[in-house]
Design a protein around this ligand. Structure first.
Ligand code: AP5
Length: 216
């Protein structure tokens, strides 16, 4: 099964992708995670991406398309995948279509997670993570036992720099201008499925499973 997860920042793509990848044994590829790791390591890709990410803008298409292409060529997506956060522009969607076609891979479904802007601002304002083990927390729904400390290793929790409200609002605008048009692209390909994602994570997961099961 080959899937694209689409939706505004904070709509729950990552949360659902982790669970579904585990359940179905799929490769979960989050371009945001790959870029954050590159920034942390100070690699060439990270240096080029960092400024865009801090401002809540998209990194240039060429960088991202090249990244995905190298993974497809290396066979890293063989055996089924969830692309989380890619594609994000029409040129990226067209690039993906061509790369998959050239490698005889079929895209089964693009799942769109629909959530209101104010719910997104609330979710991302409450997001914290552990820099050591990457465990996520969300205030007030998922608080650590000790304020500001990870339950697993007691490390000081951090926030993503792009989760500040002003940057989140910019990310929402960027989504509307640059990413929303690919909803229509996948609608035109007859593979877009919309899930109302302003529910509990378990309820959303149930809806995702239902959609995915109907395709097998
Ligand atoms: P990326 O990391 O992809 O960020 P994003 O799409 O903005 O997504 P998020 O990770 O913020 O949200 P999500 O939808 O995964 O939600 P999550 O499950 O985490 O990209 C970051 C940056 O990298 C971009 O701005 C850009 O600069 C660059 N980039 C990445 N890909 C690119 C590309 N293809 N092209 C160009 N640039 C690119 O949930 C969010 C929070 O809500 C969590 O705390 C979670 O616990 C909570 N939550 C989840 N589900 C629920 C629920 N149902 N109810 C309540 N809370 C929930």
């Amino acid at each position: 099964m080959n899937l694209v997860f689409l939706g505004p920042p904070g709509s729950g793509k990552g949360t659902q992708a982790v669970k579904l990848a585990q359940k179905l044994g799929l490769k979960h590829l989050s371009t945001g995670d790959v870029l954050r790791d590159a920034v942390k390591r100070g690699s060439e890709l990270g240096k080029q991406a960092e400024g865009y990410m801090k401002r809540g803008e998209l990194v240039p298409d060429g960088l991202i398309i090249g990244l995905i292409e190298s993974m497809i060529k290396a066979g890293e997506l063989n055996g089924g995948f969830i692309l989380d956060g890619f594609p994000r522009t029409v040129p990226q969607a067209l690039g993906l279509k061509e790369m998959l076609y050239n490698n005889d891979i079929n895209l089964d479904t693009a799942i769109l997670f629909a959530v209101d802007d104010e719910e997104i601002v609330k979710r991302l304002s409450g997001r914290w993570y552990c820099p050591k083990c990457n465990t996520g927390y969300n205030y007030p729904a998922q608080m650590p036992g000790v304020e500001g400390r990870c339950d697993k290793d007691n490390a000081q929790l951090r926030r993503r720099p792009d989760d500040d409200e002003a940057v989140v609002r910019n990310r929402l605008e960027v989504y509307k201008k640059q990413t929303k048009p690919i909803e229509d692209f996948y609608r035109g390909e007859s593979i877009l499925v919309e899930i109302k994602a302003q529910k509990t994570p378990d309820e959303v997961f149930e809806a995702v499973l239902k959609e995915v099961s109907s395709k097998t």
